[in-house]
Structures are given as structure tokens and as C-alpha cells.
Design a protein around this ligand. Sequence first.
Ligand code: TRH
Length: 378
Amino acid sequence: MQHRWDIFCKVIDNFGDIGVCWRLARQLTQEHRQVVRLWVDDLISFARIAPDLDPHHQRQVVQGVDIYQWHPAFAEVEPADVVIEAFACDLPEAYVTAMSQKTKPPVWINLEYLSAEPWVTQFHGLPSPHPRFPLTKTCFFPGFAPGTGGLLREKGLVVQRNAFDAAAEQAFLQRKKLPARKSGEIRISLFCYTGTPIEKLIQLLTQSPIPILLIVPQGETAENVAAFLKNEMSQSESLFSQGALTVQIIPFMEQTDYDQLLWSCDVNFVRGEDSFVRAQWAINPFVWNIYPQTDDAHWKKLDAFLDLYTINMPSEMAVAIRDMWHSWNGKYEMNHHIWMNFLRFCQSIKRHNKSWISQLLKQDDLATGLVQFVGNRL
Ligand code: TRH
């Protein structure tokens, strides 16, 4: 059944919040035929992942989604049937008041951050009554295990990924003006936060016995890589080499192209929430740089995921992954042994990733889960 949805998104300091909301909005519109308004406070950041968007327009329709600039002074609007508050972004007071005045109050959902921690299954779907109004907000937790809200996954994603063969990869590389594969070369994509041991990784890569192509989308990661290699150029399309390593800086890509980049690299360094999930659908071995939290809460999150992900792995392989991820996130120093040990297991990790995602595929995707949840309440 078709309903009207309002999704509210505040861009904190990166692309993850809008990355998730944009994906969800498109899926609800295109796959579930819902009518979606997406309210975003920072259209400039949004336009980096969605180049069709004009950040100067207060209102525009892109790929079927009605996108609004969310101003602090919020104009009066009729609330939708379903309201998604992404990542506890605090809805405008006037909007909440209007929600409370509707004869049939909207289904109000707080879309939470992704975590593999076991408590998520207990908190997923819990109602939280509003202190003043007759409204209830439900906490909707994405997750990896049955009993959570699942993960964002477009309908055709796995089929598209499986159809991405050598010819499709070549066409993608040509379209993106990326060099063709050299025989024996390892391709790595790099997307991470400042503070990861990029310098150490680059040192290791320059000394590699095998040629390496490191592909870095423009942004803070590219700036850090270029600065370390004392290369002035961190502009898109700059290419420079040192030892076995060639670095290719590329423009920050549209989300769908970024998926293809992940499909075409042998190892993907990803971060935050959304690129971390996309790397899993990409099947290739990946290294997660978790979003650092001041109270170190991210370590629990990182280990909870590792526990789940490595549960059926031979222990040597699990140790290789854990060491690589821990050192990449700064628990201890990264070294030649850790990196080479991770690389040694790459083929087996890829095989494991196939069975990992076949587990994940048993769950409904997040958008389908939301539509079902809403359907039972409206
Ligand atoms: O940008 P992030 O660091 O976002 C983070 C996390 O979501 C974190 O949980 C949140 O608390 C914090 O923001 C505020 O990393 P993430 O989640 O991977 O989002 C990046 C988005 O950018 C994702 O949708 C993929 C997309 N992307 C592109 O579209 N093109 C690109 O070239 C690259 C590198 C990324």
C-alpha cells in the first residue's frame, strides 16, 4: 500500500548519514512505490554523493524523491503518514506539534546507527512514548542478525554484483578513466578517517613484492596520502608512483559508481557505516575503519562485528583479520607481518564473504522491513 513518508536527515560531519538516508529514500520510492519527502540540512555534502542534485534549490525531485532543504526555521507542513527521524536528528518542534494534532498520528521511527552488538535485538522495535504528546516513537535498529532491522540492500544489487565480470569491470575502468589491470597487480581502494596509519600502510605498499594500485577518492584520505608521499597533487585524476606502489586519485564518485569501484578492487578499505556495508555486498576482502567515538565505545562495536563475522572461520584466518583491523584502527602498530598475513588469506576471505552474505540474505533488507513494520500499523 502506498503511504507518504517524511525522512529527516542532519549531516553531522561526513557522508554516512545522508548516504544511508538517500539510499533508503530511493529504495522506498523506486522499489516500494512510496511517496517520499527527504529533508536535508546540508545539500552541499549531499550533492557530493548525488551529482544530479542542485544544492542551490530549496526543493527538487531527484530520482523520484522530493528533496527539501531543511532550514532551522521550519515552515508549516502537513506531516506525512510515516516519519523517519534518522539517527536521532531531532525533528523540528513545530512539526512534532503538527504530528500530535493529526487525527491519526503518523508512524514515527527513529532510525538508529548500525551495530552488531548483541543488545540490538532486544532494543530493536522498542516504543518510546513522547513525554508531552500522545505520540510514540519506535527505535528501528539495522543489524546483521535475525531480530534486527536488517541492512540496506537494493533489490537487484546481488544480481548486479554477480554479473560484474571482467568485461563489465573493464567498461567501468574505461568510463572512470582508471588504468586497465596489469597482470599480477593488486588493486586497493582506500576510504578512511584521518588518524589511521596511512603512512605505515603506504610504506608497506611501496616495498611490496607485487605491483599495487591504490585508488583513493578525493577528500581527506587523498590529501593525507599525497602529503605523506610529498606529492603536491591530491586533485582528482592525479597519478603518482613510489616503489611498487602507484597511487591514483579519483573524483569522489556517485554512490552507484562507488559500488562498482568496490567490486573491481581486490581489497577495500572502508569506513563508517554505509561504505562498510557496501564492502560486504561487494564480497572482496575489506578492512573497516570504524567511526571513532570519544568514549571508545567504537571498540566494542568493532569487536562485536568481528565476533559475528569470523565465527565460522578457521582461527588463523580470523586472527589475520582481527590483527589487521585492530592495527588499522590504532590498537597497536601495523607491521609487515600483519599486512602480509592478511593478504595471504585474501582468497579464503573472499570465499568466506560469499557465505557471510548468503547468511545476510536470509534477512529482509532494511527498506522492506520498514515497509512491513509500517504496513502493520497504518
Ligand atoms: O562518511 P562516513 O564517515 O560517515 C560516517 C558514518 O556513517 C558514521 O556512522 C556516522 O556517525 C558519521 O558519518 C557521522 O562513512 P560512510 O558511512 O561509509 O559514508 C560514506 C558515504 O559516501 C557512503 O554512502 C558511500 C559514499 N561514497 C560515495 O558515494 N562515493 C565515494 O567516492 C566514496 C568514497 C563514498
